[in-house]
Design a protein around this ligand. Sequence first.
Ligand SMILES: O=C(O)CCC(=O)C(=O)O
Length: 272
Amino acid sequence: MDISAARKQLTEDGYCIVPGVLGAAEADRAREHLWAAAAESRRRGVDTFMPVLDPNEANVRVFNLLDIDGLFRDLIRHPLALDLVTALLGPSFLISNFTANIARPGAKSMKIHSDQSIVVPEPWAHPWAINIIWCLNDVHAANGATLYLPGSHRYVHRSDVPADARARMVPFEAPKGSIVAMEGRMWHTSGDNVTRDEDRALLFGYYSCNFLRPQVNWNAALSPETIAGLDEEMHRLLGLGPDANTELSEPIVQDVAKGAAVNLLEQAHAPA
Ligand SMILES: O=C(O)CCC(=O)C(=O)O
């Protein structure tokens, strides 16, 4: 796969699919770890059925993957994942969340949404978030592939979403071991799993610009033992420690703030 073509497709079309990022054995191993993580989540008292998200228990949700298993701490910082995130958001981003949705036979589609709309109010003029979706099985329409609305990453307002959005959605089909990178503004949903016996296991690594509050407060969600084992890069990517949004780094001023933050800084430092 030509990575520069993937980056270009991501920035233009709002998604790209990169096959073969994990070998078949690695994807199988990750899936085994995922099922163990689901059991561990329940043991910790966090249910894996979320009625607020899914119509029935055939969708198995696993949260706090980063605290549960080091395999997921490696995946979230996979060089290709970070490359695609950087291509879309620039260098100043945080890990916002890392979760799984296993759609088992009988799973039903959730509400349509864009992930950026969940963390920042409209207008959505710029891409400020991205999902890196890890396919731990072959993913296709019948086993519940994520459905997306082509071109919807250009919608700026909720009112831009057409009434027949769901009917116009198409599946992200990809072989086991692929990454699907999806812009935060893309409107999408989970598909129905209409197979008799095929699971669809996906991991969702969610990243957002560092001026947005991540979905998870990692300082609270990660155990002291997990935090103690993290290196400097992971501290930075997770926004750990007492500093939240006190530093405006060079890349933000250059890449994201587009004038507004520079003005704010100038005002803040102007003589009284
Ligand atoms: O499982 C899927 O295909 C989509 C999940 C999703 O969009 C979500 O959980 O927000």
